[in-house]
Structure formats: structure tokens, C-alpha cells
Design a protein around this ligand. Structure first.
Ligand SMILES: Cc1cc2nc3c(=O)[nH]c(=O)nc-3n(C[C@H](O)[C@H](O)[C@H](O)COP(=O)(O)O)c2cc1C
Length: 365
């Protein structure tokens, strides 16, 4: 094997990376209103983080109004959103960067205020724990979702295919299917949230059906070598649970591998997406599943510059995605390359608001 480093090139399908420091998808809830449309501020934010041959994974983006669960998140289902995203992709491409769009349907992680008073949808009518944010930016108790009918699924799958075509029209270099973090496709995968008794529930082969049908649809809408998928085995974000995680995700990843897609993106379960907590004794996700996927793997979750370098040097993964550190370090790639100190991030400005905590983090001198 040739020696790989964070700064050696890597091909993820049709995505030819000059280095392996990837920006993780990060919801920032700063799309223009009304219409959830990306605008100039978003373009500036992504352009700040773009590097020649560097891959950015744009924030989770709803494929339909039904797929929205937080205020201010962008969509990719209206002509205005397609035009808005062009500002972003043009700005990233002007710096020689690559950008893929993460395709999102939140499922039950939503609130009736987004859906004209109707409940959110999911695999089964199982209420998530805790609270959720309304369309009016207020916290409210979660609601019991409505289980999707089998007859509704073809139209749902089509929204992902249409979103893929829209992403392509917006100038993205590819799409990443969000099948992680307790959102709709994860709700179908895991048996804590999927109690269905039809062909989409019960056996593992049934629970992977919808994510794979969506994956096939987006491949059909563009090309396998421009499609990635994100999975979060053992993750508990969104109140997720599963009785046999290794068997479920092994099957899912083997099936995904057959599709010859650009990459598999795995999130290590050691980080808890919603807080600064570290999960103790979390299973080693990459070590458990990497061998089942015959293609490039992006690893994410709690990496430092040093641990990322080791991850690549030991061939545990082909690229490493950074989330929180990319929020506070627009020039994260150059800081890592030159072993410079990193800016700390401010969690208070992660979600919503203005340029503060978004485009005003300084680059290193
Ligand atoms: C503010 C914030 C927003 C996030 N939004 C998304 C998202 O839109 N899609 C997603 O798959 N993960 C999302 N995540 C998870 C990150 O992509 C990443 O997996 C996580 O932050 C762990 O990586 P880190 O330790 O490098 O931050 C988000 C995390 C944070 C902190």
C-alpha cells in the first residue's frame, strides 16, 4: 500500500480530492426567509471554507416541505432554492473546491407547525423523546408522528430523485444521502423506531428496503460515482435504539457496497451530536464496518488533526470529516497543514442568527 496522509490525494468516485480534510455537513439554520433559500451569506461561509481540491459536504437540506424539521434550514425542491444554491456552488468552485449536497428528510424529528397542523411522518407512530423546535423557533414537546403508508413511499422516493436532479442543476459535484442521526431513513432502519409489520418492517432485509430504494433512485437520477451515504451505527441522537446494530448495519453496508457509490460516510458513536459530551465505551464504528464496504470511507466524529492523521496513515479511513472545528476555523485545512492553533467554537451561535459565529471567525495570520 502506498503511504497515505491527510494531504495526499484521494479519489472518491468521480470526486477527485487533492487532500483528505473534509467539511462535515453542518446545519446552521441561516437560509433566507421566506422560502428557505440559500443566499449570499451562505455562499460567503462555504467559500471561506473551500480549498483547491477540498471536499465540502453542504448542510442537510430538505428534499420536500414534509422533510423539514427545523426553522431556517435550506431546501432543494423549489426553483428559487436551486438558484440560491448556485451562489454557493459557484463561490466554492471559484476557489477550486468540491461541494456535495446532503439530502434530508427529518421524519418524526419535526413539529406540526411546519406541516399546516398535521403531525410529522415516520416509519411508525412512535413519539421521540424530549422537545423539538417549532417553525416559530420555540421549543415544544415532541408529537406522535403518523406512520407513512406503503402507498405513499413511491412519491417520497421520487422527492429524493427530484432533489438530486435539482442539486445537479445547482452545480453540486454530487449528493450525500442522509441516512444517519435518527432522521427518516434511520427511523426505517432501526427497530426502536420501526415497528412496521409490512414489507418495510420486521426483518433486517425489510428495514433496509426504503433507504436502499432511495439510494437506487438517486443513483438513477445522477450517477453512482457522484453519490455518497451517511450512516451512524450505535448513535443515539434523536432517541434511536436498535436490538442488533452490528447485523443491521453490516447488511446495510454490504448492500450499499454493491452499488459502487462514491463513498460511505460513517460517524463514530463516541460523540453526541447535540452536546459536548463524549460517549464512554462507544463501539469503534469504523473498525467494525469498514471492511464490509469495497470503496472509499469518510470517517467523522470527534477527530483532532492528530487523530485524523493517524486514521489516514493506518488506512482506517480514506478521508476524515471535521464538523465543529470547521465552524470556528474557516481555514481549517491550512491550519492543520501548517500545525497552527485552532480557534475555539461558540455553541451559542451554531444554529440560526446572522453572520456572527458564522462568517466572522478569523483566519490565522
Ligand atoms: C452545529 C452542528 C450541525 C450539524 N448538522 C449536521 C447535518 O446537517 N447533517 C449531519 O449529517 N450531521 C450534522 N452534524 C453532525 C456533524 O456532521 C458531525 O458528525 C459531528 O459534529 C461530529 O464531528 P465533530 O466532532 O468533528 O464535530 C452537525 C453537528 C453540529 C455540531
Amino acid at each position: 500500500m502506498t503511504e497515505a496522509t491527510l494531504f495526499s490525494p484521494a479519489d472518491l468516485g468521480a470526486l477527485n480530492l487533492a487532500h483528505r480534510v473534509v467539511m462535515a455537513p453542518l446545519t446552521r439554520m441561516r437560509a433566507l426567509q421566506p422560502g428557505n433559500i440559500p443566499g449570499p451569506l451562505n455562499a460567503e461561509y462555504y467559500a471561506q471554507r473551500a480549498t483547491k481540491g477540498g471536499l465540502l459536504i453542504a448542510e442537510a437540506t430538505q428534499v420536500s416541505p414534509q422533510g423539514q424539521g427545523y426553522p431556517g434550514t435550506p431546501g432543494i425542491h423549489t426553483p428559487e432554492q436551486v438558484e440560491g444554491w448556485k451562489l454557493v456552488t459557484d463561490a466554492v468552485h471559484a476557489k477550486g473546491g468540491l461541494i456535495v449536497l446532503q439530502l434530508w428528510h427529518v421524519g418524526r424529528t419535526s413539529h406540526s407547525s411546519f406541516h399546516a397542523g398535521q403531525p410529522p411522518v415516520s416509519a411508525s407512530a412512535i413519539r421521540p423523546p424530549g422537545q423539538t423546535m417549532t417553525a416559530a423557533w420555540q421549543m415544544a414537546d415532541t408529537e406522535t408522528p403518523r406512520a407513512l403508508e406503503v402507498s405513499e413511499l413511491p412519491a417520497l422516493i421520487q422527492t429524493y430523485a427530484d432533489a438530486t436532479k435539482n442539486a445537479r442543476a445547482s452545480g453540486f459535484d454530487g449528493v450525500e444521502l442522509h441516512s444517519a442521526n435518527g432522521y427518516l431513513l434511520d427511523q426505517f432502519l432501526q427497530d426502536g423506531t420501526n415497528h412496521r409489520t409490512d414489507t418495510y418492517g420486521g426483518a433486517i432485509e425489510n428495514r433496509v428496503r426504503l433507504p436502499l430504494e432511495v439510494l437506487d433512485a438517486i443513483i438513477g437520477a445522477w450517477s453512482a460515482d457522484r453519490v455518497g451515504i451517511r450512516l451512524s451505527p450505535y448513535g443515539s441522537f434523536g432517541g434511536m435504539s436498535e436490538s442488533n446494530t452490528e447485523a443491521l448495519f453490516s447488511h446495510m453496508i454490504r448492500e450499499t457496497s454493491k452499488r459502487r457509490i462514491a463513498y460511505l460516510h460513517l460517524i463514530e458513536a463516541r460523540v453526541d451530536g447535540g452536546s459536548e459530551e463524549t460517549v464512554t465505551n462507544a463501539p469503534d464504528v469504523t473498525a467494525t464496518f469498514r471492511g464490509l464496504f469495497e470503496g472509499p470511507v469518510i470517517a467523522a466524529g470527534g477527530f483532532t488533526a492528530q487523530s485524523a492523521e493517524t486514521e489516514i496513515a493506518t488506512h482506517r479511513a480514506d478521508a476524515v470529516a471535521f464538523g465543529r472545528l470547521f465552524i470556528s476555523n474557516p481555514d481549517l485545512v491550512e491550519r492543520i497543514r501548517h500545525h497552527k492553533d485552532l480557534n475555539p467554537y461558540n455553541r451559542a451561535t451554531f444554529y440560526g442568527g446572522t453572520d456572527i459565529g458564522y462568517t466572522d471567525y478569523p483566519a490565522a495570520a
